[in-house]
Design a protein around this ligand. Sequence first.
Ligand code: G3I
Length: 362
Amino acid sequence: MKVNFHHFGLAGLLLIGVAGLTAQRPAADKGLKDYYQQYFPIGVAVSTQALKNPAETALILQQFNSLTPENDMKMGPIHPEENRYNWGPADAIVDFAQGHKLRVRGHNLCWHEQTPKWLFKNADGSQVSKEVLLKRLHDHIDAVVKRYKGKIYAWDVVNEAIADNPNEFLRNSDWYKICGEDFIAEAFRYAHAADPQAVLFYNDYNTERPEKMERIYKLLKKLKDAHVPIDAVGLQGHWSLVEPTEQELRTTIERFGSLGLKVQVTELDVSVYPWEKDRRARRPDESDAYTPEMQQKQTAQYKLFFKVFRDEAKYMTGITFWNISDHYSWLDTYPVAGRKNHPLLFDENFKPKPAYYEVVKF
Ligand code: G3I
């Protein structure tokens, strides 16, 4: 269509100017959740501490419509002794969400980290049998999922079961050593029995690296073929200035989607350092500076990732950030203690960064 500027006049030009300005500067009463209302919920991982800080709760309520407890529903924190659950912190997060009409993703039911001390041992200190461990897994999942039935819409049922070593398939965790691979399917069956409405996820990191993606695909296909009640896959999204590529991300979403699974990004952050799974000492030439180059590259990454999420919206049912703002991120202490990172859309003073404006401009 040809636009005739003679007929458009000054008022038209003014309108274009105002529209341009509002596209640059989002309205104060709008947040990520509003810009993405037609696409998917936008969530954030929280602690009970954050929910006591008015600056953080204000930001949460303006920007997000879904919460994930960062640590408080993991088996160690929530089930410290075989016959004792520590419901307080998890309840506080669920109550906050209910009070403000936010969704909750449960994280997580079965993981090799943050497990309670009693889990893999008998009273005499010897290793439990497969039968005992599966019974403990069942009882744990049954209690936790039933407690929050109707309040938690989705669960990360099994977290990070694939090995880091590309030459291995499943991680050689205590779960695997004692149960073989059966614990994975059983965890999904227990969760489905406890809440048939809950959306059940397999969740992992580095899901876009082609070789790991193939191993995860193999696991998910096996579960689907065996009619295990799995609904979705979580790409954790602990990304960086250098990965993943656009093609890797699209391929991953589409390949998992082709199995009939929904896809969420469950733990998004964009580290300004390369991914390092293994802790290493800080190099002498390494500083904490958040340089303009880093920020530019990070802005471009966020812009690209959200464009892909919108393009692939038919598979995507949610994007969750791992922590609220650069005020605090788990990456401030991992893998190098005391090295400040700046991986999120809001800065240390809770203000939107340039990346935020790119994410909401479309
Ligand atoms: O609660 C104790 C506290 O009592 C103690 O004084 C303190 C001293 O170290 O530690 C506290 O526990 C810490 C816990 O976070 C709560 O703050 C643990 O040391 C620390 O290791 C733990 O880190 C968490 C990590 O999972 C555990 O592996 C991070 O906060 C959390 O962000 C991170 O989240 C994981 C996801 O669940 C799965 N995907 C990867 C992601 C990042 O690692």
